[in-house]
Design a protein around this ligand. Structure first.
Ligand code: PGA
Length: 259
């Protein structure tokens, strides 16, 4: 079962998630981190920057989950730019080691194969940070995505475009397409760290963690994975049926057990 940790708020979640990430980064010589974008990972990235200390992270390789199609290079909401602002600069990463799915028109026909090959060449993702959309997506794998899908072009749902309109001047500026790691790609990561905050995520979180495994709720793929850590604030956890049990598991977590 996934380890489901329910904390008071986003800041507490950021602190806990950072402990999970540092345990991974400090524990392997060639770390490969899967990175999410959007609002959800922001408290984690802030906490990583705050607690980085003297660590040299220039060897760390990172792979984004997804990228919009159709934004001009350097657009502030392209995920390449978001990651430059949120992790490359604050954590002192080498920009050459931070990979984003190729999403320019010329690259699209082979974007999926190319990105999968880059991930494979790096040895696969060790720890994958994930958010979940209010429609249950992970990466940009919208409802209906094959549970075995690999990196490819996807069409965004209207729900996702509405949710992400806050980052753009208007919903008309939100791209309709993206290149996203598939659910099969995400499942290949050795450890998944799923974060979700706010009441608007409660339904998707409950469906993903406690509902049936289904392409209609792409986040339910966490149920297929042997090593998943989920960190939720109280609001995002409010739809869970077994929250008392998850709290017990966390309270009695053995000291010898790592993340
Ligand atoms: P958010 O998006 O972090 O901006 O809420 C999560 C997601 O779409 O996966």
């Amino acid at each position: 079962m996934a380890e489901i940790l329910i904390v008071a708020d986003r800041d507490a979640a950021g602190e806990l998630a950072a402990r999970v990430v540092w345990e991974y980064l400090d524990g392997v010589p060639e770390p490969v981190l899967g990175v999410a974008t959007g609002s959800t990972p922001e408290p984690l990235y802030r906490e990583l920057a705050r607690t980085r200390g003297g660590r040299d992270l220039s060897r760390l390789r990172a792979f984004a989950l997804d990228e919009y199609v159709g934004l001009p290079a350097g657009h502030p909401e392209s995920y390449r730019e978001v990651l430059r602002r949120e992790i490359v600069e604050p954590l002192g990463l080498d920009p050459q080691h931070v990979h984003v799915p190729p999403a320019d028109a010329a690259s699209l026909p082979h974007a999926g194969e190319r990105y999968e090959a880059e991930i494979a060449a790096a040895g696969g993702v060790g720890l994958q940070i994930l958010g979940i959309g209010s429609d249950g997506h992970v990466g940009f794998n919208e409802p209906g995505s094959s549970l075995a899908s690999r990196t490819r072009v996807k069409t965004l749902t209207e729900q996702t475009r509405r949710d992400n309109a806050r980052f753009f001047d208007s919903i008309d500026d939100v791209p309709r397409h993206c290149v996203t790691q598939g659910l099969g790609t995400i499942r290949d990561a050795r450890h998944l760290l799923l974060l979700a905050f706010g009441a608007q995520k409660a339904q998707a979180v409950a469906a993903a963690l406690e509902g049936p495994l289904s392409a209609s709720i792409p986040g339910s793929i966490v149920q297929l994975h042997p090593h998943v850590t989920v960190i939720l604030d109280e609001d995002a956890a409010s739809g869970l049926g077994h929250a008392d049990y998850y709290r017990d598991v966390a309270r009695f977590k053995p000291e010898w057990q790592g993340w």
